[in-house]
Design a protein around this ligand. Structure first.
Ligand code: FES
Length: 103
């Protein structure tokens, strides 16, 4: 069941090609803006729990700042040759707020 919660203000969301960390209901989320769209992923890298929201954008991926695993922002899958996955949350802008679905 959908559970839309406020993640941050729309004005506070990252600019094109940037990432940041934000928190919603105690869940830390990596937020990225790629090709004009916001993406929201679980912040913690499955390798050694690096903070993806402190990483960077490469193409359609967010790169972990610790050992450079790259995560497709659409699927949450790690790009080869590494393997792993993080949750991807549906995201939308409503008025002045960025909401994610934690459901
Ligand atoms: S902790 Fe993310 S790549 Fe190692």
């Amino acid at each position: 069941m959908a559970e839309w919660v406020r993640l941050c203000g729309a004005e506070d969301a990252p600019e094109e090609g940037n990432v940041m960390e934000a928190e919603a209901k105690g869940v830390t989320v990596c937020v990225a803006r790629i090709a004009g769209k916001l993406a929201a992923l679980d912040n913690w890298c499955p390798h050694r729990r690096g903070p993806l929201g402190q990483g960077w954008v490469e193409g359609e991926s967010v790169v972990c700042p610790w050992h450079s695993w790259a995560f497709d922002v659409h699927s949450g899958d790690v790009l080869p040759p590494d393997r792993g996955h993080v949750a991807v949350f549906p995201v939308k802008i409503e008025g002045a707020d960025v909401l994610i679905d934690l459901g």
